[in-house]
Design a protein around this ligand. Structure first.
Ligand code: HEM
Length: 146
């Protein structure tokens, strides 16, 4: 019986493609700060959705989502934004300082949110969420690379 002859090795073009894809995935891997931000985004989104129609029975879930926002923000403050990395040393130092101050005040706002969630003050909690969103916009405008 005649068997189809198959190349023993992958075609060089395929190897090259695989290699460049692997390199690309390393190059675009999330930085630790980006990972924190992604975690924050997931928790924020889930909480915002839950608070559209708040249920007393879900209170502990809301609190734990807000705690996740808090821990992600607390972790974030010790990383250096990419934008700061691209600046000359003195400007970098100033930006990192300012980033930390803003992140610390964001954490204080999240603490307020946690208190309101624990007290089942849903309307207040929704206001806190809107304020966090504003702080996020300001933070991204100031510290995030385009
Ligand atoms: C609810 C609050 C927030 C959410 C949901 C959020 C979400 C995000 C997301 C999804 C990214 C993109 C991550 C990626 O590229 O993979 C990001 C990036 C970033 N965020 Fe936020 N963020 C929030 C608050 C803040 C605050 C308060 C600050 C600053 C004080 C901030 C500073 C940054 C910076 C600097 C980056 C770019 C990351 C880098 O330079 O490595 N974010 N954020």
């Amino acid at each position: 019986m005649k068997t189809a002859s198959r190349p023993r090795f992958a075609h060089p073009a395929i190897l090259l493609l695989a290699l460049s894809l692997a390199t690309l995935s390393v190059a675009s891997a999330d930085s630790p700060l980006e990972k924190c931000m992604e975690r924050m985004k997931k928790a924020y989104k889930a909480l915002a959705l839950g608070l559209e129609k708040p249920q007393e029975s879900n209170q502990s879930t809301y609190v734990s989502l807000a705690e996740t926002i808090k821990s992600s923000a607390t972790e974030s403050r010790d990383f250096v934004p990419k934008l700061a990395e691209s600046l000359p040393p003195d400007q970098k130092t100033a930006m990192v300082k300012s980033f930390r101050e803003d992140m610390d005040s964001f954490v204080v706002s999240v603490d307020g949110l946690i208190q309101n969630l624990k007290a089942s003050k849903w309307e207040e909690a929704n206001k806190d969420m809107a304020n966090l969103k504003n702080e996020m916009r300001d933070g991204h405008r100031e510290f995030r690379k385009d």
